[in-house]
Design a protein around this ligand. Structure first.
Ligand SMILES: [Zn+2]
Length: 144
């Protein structure tokens, strides 16, 4: 008799997250997740994986805020510790660095979070085949 995990199709976590960080489909790695900057496509154009169950919500923004905050505040404190910059340099550098880092990281983090949800079969990321397994007895109630 097969165990519950053997009955599910494999979804490697780190590979999926790397694909998502690159903006690619967590399933095939070839199709794109985003149609525009942060607009998630309803399905992958290559493998037709349904991407609509994603629920990234505000988590990407919180993660980016955490990362960028540590980089920028750490950079500001390092500069203040070892050098004496004029205030005008601080006024110019740190907001620009914050903006560039935030806009660069946001789609990567959102792609990684969507891929994490897909790999862990969170929300509606359950295939029809998965719905027949004991691990997801109520999966049909999640998906409309
Ligand atoms: Zn795909």
């Amino acid at each position: 008799m097969k165990s519950k995990t053997e009955e599910l199709s494999p979804r490697p976590l780190s590979l999926s997250i790397r694909r998502g960080m690159a903006g690619n489909c967590p399933h095939c790695g070839k199709g794109k997740i985003f149609g525009r900057y942060l607009k998630v496509l309803p399905e992958c154009a290559v493998c037709h994986e349904d991407l609509s169950p994603q629920r990234a919500d505000d988590l990407p923004a919180y993660v980016v805020l955490f990362i960028v905050g540590h980089i920028v505040i750490g950079g500001m404190m390092t500069v203040e510790t070892y050098w004496e910059w004029p205030v005008s340099w601080h006024i110019i550098l740190w907001p620009i660095l914050t903006l560039i880092l935030s806009l660069t990281l946001l789609p990567r983090v959102k792609g990684a979070i969507i891929s994490l949800q897909w790999a862990l079969r969170m929300h509606g990321f359950v295939t029809p085949r998965d719905r027949n397994t004991p691990k997801f007895p109520n999966a049909q109630e999640v998906v409309p």
